[in-house]
Design a protein around this ligand. Structure first.
Ligand SMILES: NC(=O)c1ccc[n+]([C@@H]2O[C@H](COP(=O)([O-])OP(=O)(O)OC[C@H]3O[C@@H](n4cnc5c(N)ncnc54)[C@H](O)[C@@H]3O)[C@@H](O)[C@H]2O)c1
Length: 347
C-alpha cells in the first residue's frame, strides 16, 4: 500500500516508517521538522520526506495514497499547557483538516494516533473504549476534539480508525527523554540516580514504540468492517506497571540508587486501561515487548552512544526544543514554522 505518514520525523515515526517499509509498504512522510537534528542515531532517510505543516495540506497532495497514518501533533501535556490554543490548532483542527483533505482526495483509510490521555480522570477500574472522556489537560482534550471531528467524516468511502496509545517507551533515532521509562533510564545514565517525582505508587499503561507500529500495521491491513470508525486502546496488560516497579528495574540494570524528589508524594494520575478489544479484533497485533526488555534496550543504546546531560535535559525534551524554536522566532505562536530549524550534526 502507498501510505502517507505525518509526523514521520518524530519519536514514533522514525521507528514506524522502517517497520512499514519492512512489511512491503511504500511510505511518504509529511513533517514540519521541529525535531530535525535532535538525533539519537541516524533517522531513516530512504523514502520521500515532505516538509510542511499538516494544516496547509491540500487534496492534491494526498492523491494516490491508500491510507494516511496521522502522527503529527504537539505530543505531550507540558507543551499543551504552555500553549493550549496552538495545541488545539495542531492536534484537533489540524487532524480534522488532514482527514478532510484525505477524504476529498479519495484516500479510503485514515489511522489517527490518539492517546489514552483522553480518558483523563477515569475513576476506578480499567477503562475500555466506550468509557466517557474526562480529559484533564489541553493535550487530552485536543485528542477528544480530533476524534469527534474526524468521526463526523466517516462514511462508505472513508474509514477513520482511532488508535489510543498508552504511554510509549523504547529507543528511537528521534529519542524522547520526557516519557517515564526513557526518563528514568536516562536519569540513571546521566546523573547516576533513578529520581522519582512521586512516591512511585501510580499505575501506568505503557507500550513499546515497535508494538505501536505493530498496531498501526494491523489496522492498516485489517478488513474494513473490523476497523471502520472504531477506537482501539493500544497496549497490553503485561505492560501496565507501577512507576516504582520501573524505577526498581532501572536501578537493578544500571546499579544506580532510587531517589525521591523533595516533597514526592502520591501522584493523582493513576489509571488503568482495558486492552481486550484490540487483542480480540486485531489478532495481528501481537505485542512483543515488555518494560524490562525495553529498559535493557534503552540502557544499552544510551551507554553505547554516550547520552549527554544536554541531550537528556534539553535536546530530547519536546517542550525545551519547542521553546527554543519559539524563542528564536522559528516557530510562531500558533506553532507554524517560519524557518527551518538548525540541523545539529550528531557524532
Ligand atoms: N509518545 C507517546 O507516549 C504517545 C502516547 C500516546 C499518543 N501519542 C501520539 O502519537 C503521535 C506521535 O507521538 P511522538 O511521541 O512520535 O511525538 P513527537 O513529538 O516525537 O513527533 C511529532 C512529530 O510531528 C511533527 N509535527 C508537529 N506538528 C506538526 C504540524 N503542524 N505539521 C507537520 N508536522 C508536525 C513534529 O515535527 C514531529 O516530528 C502524536 O500524535 C502523539 O500525540 C504518543
Amino acid at each position: 500500500m502507498r501510505v502517507l505518514v505525518t509526523g514521520d520525523r518524530g519519536y514514533i515515526g522514525a521507528v514506524l516508517v522502517p517497520f512499514f517499509q519492512a512489511a512491503g509498504h511504500d511510505v511518504v512522510g509529511l513533517d514540519a521538522g521541529w525535531y530535525d537534528g535532535c538525533d539519537f542515531g541516524a533517522p531513516p532517510t530512504d523514502y520521500e520526506q515532505r516538509t510542511g505543516d499538516v494544516r496547509d495540506a491540500r487534496p492534491e497532495d494526498l492523491e494516490g495514497f491508500d491510507a494516511v497514518v496521522h502522527l503529527a501533533a504537539v505530543s505531550n501535556d507540558p507543551i499543551g499547557d504552555l500553549i493550549a490554543s496552538a495545541t488545539y490548532s495542531v492536534n484537533a483542527d489540524g487532524a480534522v483538516h488532514m482527514a478532510q483533505v484525505a477524504k476529498q482526495a479519495g484516500v479510503p483509510r485514515f489511522l489517527f494516533s490518539s492517546s489514552c490521555s483522553l480518558y483523563g480522570a477515569a475513576g476506578d477500574g480499567p477503562v475500555a473504549e466506550d468509557a466517557d472522556f474526562h480529559p484533564v489537560t489541553p493535550y487530552g482534550e485536543s485528542k477528544v476534539r480530533a476524534e469527534a471531528g474526524i468521526s463526523a467524516l466517516a462514511d462508505d468511502t472513508f474509514s477513520p480508525v482511532y488508535l489510543r496509545n498508552a504511554t510509549a517507551y523504547g529507543s528511537s533515532p528521534r529519542l524522547r527523554a520526557d516519557i517515564v521509562v526513557n526518563n528514568l533510564t536516562g536519569a540513571a545514565v546521566t546523573r547516576g540516580e533513578v529520581r522519582l517525582q512521586s512516591d512511585g505508587s501510580p499505575w501506568r499503561p505503557l507500550v513499546h514504540i515497535e508494538d505501536i507500529s505493530r498496531a498501526f500495521l494491523a489496522a492498516l491491513t485489517a478488513d474494513r468492517d473490523k476497523i471502520h470508525n472504531q477506537a482501539f486502546n493500544v497496549g497490553c496488560d503485561a505492560d501496565v506497571v507501577q512507576i516504582r516497579t520501573i524505577a526498581e528495574r532501572v536501578a537493578e540494570v544500571t546499579s544506580c540508587p532510587v531517589t525521591f524528589a523533595e516533597g514526592a508524594g502520591p501522584d493523582k494520575r493513576d489509571y488503568q486501561v482495558d486492552f481486550s478489544k484490540i487483542t480480540a479484533v486485531l489478532p495481528d497485533f501481537a505485542p512483543q515487548w515488555s518494560v524490562p526488555r525495553g529498559i535493557d534496550e534503552l540502557y544499552a543504546d544510551m551507554t553505547e552512544r554516550g547520552l549527554s546531560s544536554d541531550e537528556f535535559e534539553r535536546r530530547f525534551v519536546r517542550l525545551a526544543q519547542v521553546r527554543e524554536l519559539m524563542d528564536s522566532g522559528r516557530l510562531d505562536e500558533q506553532l507554524h514554522m517560519t524557518a527551518a530549524p538548525d540541523v545539529v550534526a550528531t557524532p
